[in-house]
Ligand binder design. Structure first.
Ligand SMILES: Nc1nc2c(c(=O)[nH]1)N[C@@H](CN(C=O)c1ccc(C(=O)N[C@@H](CCC(=O)O)C(=O)O)cc1)CN2
Ligand SMILES: NCC(=O)N[C@@H]1O[C@H](COP(=O)([O-])[O-])[C@@H](O)[C@H]1O
Length: 185
């Protein structure tokens, strides 16, 4: 059975959908929820699923403490679900092609530093695009430049607010992220 760790910095609705998906799975189990925010709501969601948690600082991430924890737990895959810090080389070296991220836009558009959460949906709205979507990709040393695994699009109307755009994107994320992860195991 594969072991999965999820990293999240905020609410964790994607993390919850992933924990739900694998709760009764014989393919994989979620062995850790890691976060850099001690007040992240994802910690409450982890409690609901009895998944152990690990809170770390940016310095501990960059210093290898998280990597050591993941290796000790024999984690096979690392899933970024709304994680807002750059994954450092020490983690990438230990988990080459085993770190998967979800981005709330159709990369390569709206990616890179500063492009996270509502910043992305505001930029899409500002640009007047008639569609947006999600991108699921492998993680390399740069933001949002890893190999794309999956994309799904949704139409948007000029009347849609950034919040309504976010709702449409979240619906795609919750539908596809768990199954795409399973397809990679
Ligand atoms: N090495 C990598 N690390 C991370 C990636 C990646 O592709 N390679 N993806 C991000 C997730 N992400 C987009 O999908 C993303 C997250 C955050 C940022 C960003 O600009 N962050 C700010 C800090 C925000 C904060 O501290 O609250 C910043 O770096 O200044 C861009 C893209 C996860 N890690
Ligand atoms: N660039 C990274 C980024 O913006 N990630 C986005 O953060 C949100 C987290 O929501 P959640 O905490 O409810 O899962 C998700 O929409 C995810 O795509």
């Amino acid at each position: 059975m594969k072991k999965i760790a999820i990293l999240a910095s905020g609410s964790g609705s994607n993390a919850e959908k992933i924990m739900e998906h694998f709760q009764a799975s014989n393919k994989a189990q979620i062995v850790l929820i890691g976060t850099n925010k001690k007040d992240a709501f994802v910690l409450e969601r982890a409690k609901k699923f009895d998944v152990p948690t690990f809170i770390f600082t940016k310095a501990e991430l960059e210093g290898g403490n998280l990597t050591q924890k993941l290796v000790e737990l024999q984690v096979d895959w690392v899933i970024l679900a709304g994680f807002l810090l750059k994954i450092p080389q020490n983690l990438i070296d230990n988990y080459a092609n085993k770190i998967i991220n979800i981005h709330p836009a159709l990369l390569p558009k709206y990616g890179g530093k500063g492009m996270y959460g509502m910043h992305v949906h505001c930029a899409v709205k500002e640009a007047g695009d008639n569609e947006t979507g999600i991108t699921i990709h492998l993680v390399n040393e740069n933001y949002d430049e890893g190999k794309i695994i999956f994309q799904a699009a949704t139409s948007i109307d000029e009347k849609d607010s950034p919040e309504e755009i976010a709702q449409k994107v979240h619906a795609l994320e919750h539908k596809y992220f768990p199954q795409v992860i399973e397809s990679m195991l």
